[in-house]
Design a protein around this ligand. Sequence first.
Ligand SMILES: [Zn+2]
Length: 308
Amino acid sequence: MPELPEVQTVVSELNRKLKNKKIKSVQVLTPKIISIGPNTVSNVRSVSPKQVQQFKKMLIGDTILSVRRRAKMLIFDFKGPLSMLVHLKMTGQFIYEDAKLRKKSGGKYRILNKPTAPFVKFPTKHTHVIFTFTDNSTLYFSDVRKFGYLKVLKDTEVDQVKELQTFGPEPLSKEFTFQGFKDKIGNRKSVSIKLFLMDPKVVTGIGNIYSDEILFHAKVRPDRKVSKLTNAELKEIFKYIPIVLKQAIKYKGSSVGDFVRTDGQWGSMGKHHWVYGRYKETCKSCGTDLKRVTLGGRTGTYCPNCQE
Ligand SMILES: [Zn+2]
């Protein structure tokens, strides 16, 4: 599942590539991927042909001004009084193809992050929405698991979107302070620090990968109860949150699972993981065998020697 660095990578690339692109046509191959209005998107929703027509009508002829991010939500701002919110969820992907990339790639991309995965021609059977711009460049939205969505709404309705209201602070913003972070512990004293970091109400955009990495640097085991952490340990964790996330953004995210960049390339942060995805390997710092622990259905990997 993409976390903040992966979503930020996609947002930065789309913002650069889609600025001032005017939509010529929209193809909706899987109606259940789209949604209209501010209401929460249900996974079992049914979308009528009429709503598909409305979705297209709202977007065709409009021009994208910018693409930004709040938590893991992508927010496309249009010249008209419209916005489009996109959540990639588990396996959502955007590929943006212009004449240059089309020539280079032959229209084929590897959508899974395995060296053995085949290059497939786009659109694939997992491509659900295709935008074509007036300069004939194309944006494909694909999603193997189909939990992701594209929601179009009026600018004035964005504030009503519940998913945007419940998020905690952005970890790379000034609003994210040590005191605020500590206060979130409140009476949730028995929660483990890994699950605490992964709670979007505490801080947004941290999932399985970066919670493991942050805790390795802070030298704290993932299963420690938040109430048992010293102030010094909490400070170390807080300190490493932006350091680790910024490093991951620099390397364009971790290509694990289905994450690819908007040109089909992989992010290279995976090569720099200290613990995540390295169970059964040894600690890069001290050589001890890494261990893992299951917490609320999630698995944390850690070094039993470096982390206490
Ligand atoms: Zn170690």
